[in-house]
Structures are given as structure tokens and as C-alpha cells.
Design a protein around this ligand. Structure first.
Ligand SMILES: N[C@H](CCC[C@H](N)C(=O)O)C(=O)O
Length: 290
């Protein structure tokens, strides 16, 4: 039987990014892609990302976290999901700081500057074409050659690309709502230039301190917020010298503050996390899962 049958979960969201948190630290079991998809089914607890806490592998960490998209694929990073995990831990233990391990490395997290704010150190961005990864060499990833639409009149073109532990492409536009992201998102997410697919963001630099954005997520589709995309966008804008290293990001679901710290190149993301409800998974969800 699935380890998730009757297991407790928490439904949360990070500025509208739908998150389910499952604590499997007391179990040897992991979650398969099939189980992750079963949870995401309409009869389950639909989510953008499923955050699974597994027993810590390294001393000084709270847990090893596996991050699933609702299509069952795994991601190395999920900024909004991390704030949800952190809020839940802090509320249960009274801690105000914690370190977690994910596929992309160690993440330090702490209570933000107000009681409802949480800060995640998302680590250093990577810009090398092999790091994103891209399928072919681009020396300068501040803009890469990629477009959708007619060759002589592209609708979207020349994105910046960044890895935040997961792949991001950011298209700079004047109005993030003027494009049919639901149509272009899947084409760009699955473009052969991105061998591991990519999260696709439309971003508008309002001024040096403020950016508006919308994201089509790899493996999850349109979401109300993508924290790692907010980090990637802030970094890409600063790299182009079009924004400051500390910026406020406006996403469909709310706001995030991003600081790309000079001292160590790390990206700090601060925002809220909301608890919605908790429950136990219906075993029937996993009936057809091996
Ligand atoms: N919503 C998440 C990102 C999920 C990333 C995922 N879509 C991928 O890279 O596969 C965030 O807040 O950072």
C-alpha cells in the first residue's frame, strides 16, 4: 500500500502558488511520480507543487525535501513551497531559523522582518549554458536567440536564461498580460533548446526597484506565483543593469522582495505563506498505483 494512504498533509499556498506539504520524516518510504500525480488528480488535493519532507541526510538539516510538480516531474527548487514548509516547521517547533537539503543543495531559511514573512536563501544563480541547461552553447546568457511567432516579426524573443537550481527563461515585455502565455508557455517550456524543459516568465521592468511578472511553470502550467522565477527574473534584470539588486516583484498572487546579495552572490527571497487546511489522503487515490 502507498505510504501516502491515510497520511496527513497540509494544504498551503505561497502567494497563490498551490502547495501541499507532506512530512515523511518518520518513514523510509518516498513518493513516486505516479503517487504525486494521484495526489494532484481532481479527487485528490490539486496542487502546483508537492513538498515531501524526508529524513535528513546531513547533520544540521531538518529534512531532505523532494519537490514534485503536478505532472509528477521533480524540481530542484521551489521558493514558495519552501516558505510554506518553513512556516509550518516554525509554528510547530518555535524555531526561527532552519536549514534544509534539496536536490539543488542546502537552503537556509529564517523568520523575515515581520511575523508573517519568511526568508529563503535560494543560493547563487548560475548563468553558464550547461548549467541552465541549454542544448547548445551560448556564451552570453543575458539574452539568447529564441523566438516565437513569424521570423521577421516575433511575438516573443531574446529571453534571458538563469538557473536557480531549476531552469528559467525570462522574456522582457511592456505588458505581461498582453500575451497568451497559456498558448506560448507549453511551446517554450518544451522547446528543444531546453533539454530539461524550462519555466517561462514574462516580465516588465516598471522601474529599477519594481518588476511585474507572470510565469508558465515547467510541469505545472500557469501558476499564480513562482518564487524561483521571481529570483531568476530579479537576477536577470540586475545582470542587464536594468534594475537594482534589491527589488519588489509583483506576481499575479502577490508580492515578493528579492535581494541578490553582493557579499556572496546568494538570492534572498522574502514573502508570506498561508495555511489553508490539513487532512489525510484518501487511500482510494492510490488504488491503481503500484
Ligand atoms: N513554484 C515554484 C517553482 C516550481 C518549479 C518547477 N515548476 C520546476 O522548475 O519544475 C517556486 O515557487 O519556485
Amino acid at each position: 500500500m502507498s505510504a501516502l494512504a491515510n497520511h496527513a498533509f497540509a494544504k498551503m499556498n505561497g502567494i497563490g502558488n498551490e502547495i501541499v506539504v507532506v512530512d515523511l520524516r518518520d518513514s523510509k518510504a518516498g513518493v513516486t511520480a505516479e503517487e504525486a500525480r494521484a495526489v494532484a488528480s481532481p479527487a485528490g488535493v490539486p496542487y502546483d507543487q508537492l513538498m515531501v519532507l524526508q529524513p535528513p541526510r546531513l547533520q544540521g538539516t531538518e529534512a531532505f525535501i523532494k519537490i514534485y510538480n503536478n505532472d509528477g516531474s521533480e524540481s530542484g527548487a521551489c521558493g514558495n513551497g519552501m516558505r510554506c514548509v518553513v512556516r509550518r516547521l516554525f509554528e510547530k517547533t518555535g524555531q526561527s531559523a532552519a536549514t534544509f537539503e534539496t536536490r539543488a543543495g542546502l537552503l537556509n531559511c529564517w523568520q523575515g522582518p515581520a511575523p508573517d514573512l519568511y526568508t529563503i536563501d535560494m543560493g547563487a544563480p548560475k548563468f553558464g549554458w550547461q548549467d541552465i541547461p541549454l542544448a547548445e552553447e551560448f556564451r552570453d546568457t543575458r539574452y539568447i536567440e529564441l523566438q516565437v511567432g513569424p521570423i521577421d516579426a516575433p511575438i516573443l524573443h531574446s529571453p534571458s536564461v538563469v538557473s536557480m537550481g531549476n531552469p528559467h527563461a525570462i522574456f522582457w515585455v511592456d505588458d505581461v498580460n498582453a500575451y497568451d502565455l497559456e498558448r506560448f508557455g507549453p511551446l517554450l517550456e518544451n522547446h528543444p533548446i531546453f533539454p530539461e524543459r524550462a519555466n517561462i516568465t514574462l516580465a516588465h521592468i516598471v522601474d529599477r526597484d519594481h518588476i511585474t511578472m507572470r510565469t508558465w511553470e515547467r510541469g505545472a502550467g500557469l501558476t499564480r506565483a513562482c518564487g524561483s522565477a521571481a529570483c531568476a527574473t530579479a537576477v536577470a534584470a540586475a545582470r542587464l543593469k536594468r534594475a537594482n539588486r534589491t527589488v519588489e516583484m509583483t506576481l499575479p498572487g502577490g508580492k515578493l522582495s528579492i535581494e541578490w546579495r553582493e557579499r556572496d552572490d546568494h538570492v534572498l527571497m522574502t514573502g508570506t505563506a498561508d495555511f489553508e487546511y490539513e487532512g489525510r489522503f484518501d487511500p482510494a487515490l492510490f488504488a491503481s498505483v503500484a
